[in-house]
Design a binder for this molecule. Structure first.
Ligand code: TIU
Length: 223
């Protein structure tokens, strides 16, 4: 298929939809709904909910275009054997990973809070990557899945901008993937980190990747 381009900063990014995947990072109740991991860390989670609607529009367009859609979820085995002890105690909060909460055990696979919000729920055939850390590549089979599909470009949505999105984009960039992050489809608990988290991706001529938004992505995917 002919190459297409998405308007972005620092400059437009050419992509081929057959070798481009939509990567949706950690749009789990645990991060965007009250009573989950995000709130246990001391955050107001409501600002993150604004990312759901634009991400749903991009998801619908990617599906129509027949692009690969990959979802990730941060979380741990019920016995927490894959959770570093340092992560378990980090923050000294009174609610920790594995503790019971209103959406089930915090950040534990299989629990309601760990799963993806209904508006963005994976369809059959869309890979779901369960990751123990912040980066989508660390201790997962994401790279294998992308290589098997000859994916070269990643359109990135999800939460949070400066934590799992930034870490995953940096991991992807070092592996040779071209990443474009959609500013209204990524969210942070901290407005200043949203701003700087995006700025540091596109600085220095796109040191880690590109930044665009859902409007320009939809125009580019154009179905
Ligand atoms: N705390 C925070 O901002 N984020 C995380 O712990 N994980 C993700 O970003 N998914």
């Amino acid at each position: 298929m002919a190459n297409m381009a998405i308007e972005a900063e620092p400059y437009e990014l050419e992509f081929d939809p057959t070798t481009t995947a939509l990567l949706i990072i950690d749009m789990q109740r645990d991060f965007v709904m009250p009573g989950g991991f995000g709130e246990a860390l001391g955050n107001d989670v409501t600002p993150l909910q604004a990312t759901i609607a634009p991400t749903a529009r991009v998801l619908a367009a990617a599906r129509k275009r027949g692009m690969l859609v990959v979802h990730t979820r941060e979380g741990h085995r019920p016995d927490l054997t894959d959770c570093p002890p340092s992560k378990l105690v980090r923050g000294r909060g009174k609610t920790r990973i594995g503790d019971p909460g209103p959406m089930g055990r915090i950040l534990v696979r299989g629990e309601v809070g760990h799963d993806i919000v209904p508006e963005l729920y994976p369809r059959a055939g869309e890979p779901v990557i369960d990751k123990p850390g912040k980066g989508a590549f660390y201790a997962t089979d994401l790279e294998l899945i992308l290589r098997d599909r000859n994916i070269r470009t990643l359109i990135v949505c999800g939460v949070t901008t400066e934590v799992c999105v930034n870490t995953s984009v940096r991991e992807a960039n070092d592996r040779g993937y071209e990443c474009v992050v959609l500013s209204d489809c990524v969210g942070s608990y901290f407005p200043e980190f949203q701003k700087s988290g995006l700025a540091m991706i596109k600085a220095q001529g796109g040191i880690f990747g590109w930044v665009s938004d859902s409007r320009r992505a939809l125009a580019a995917i154009g179905v």
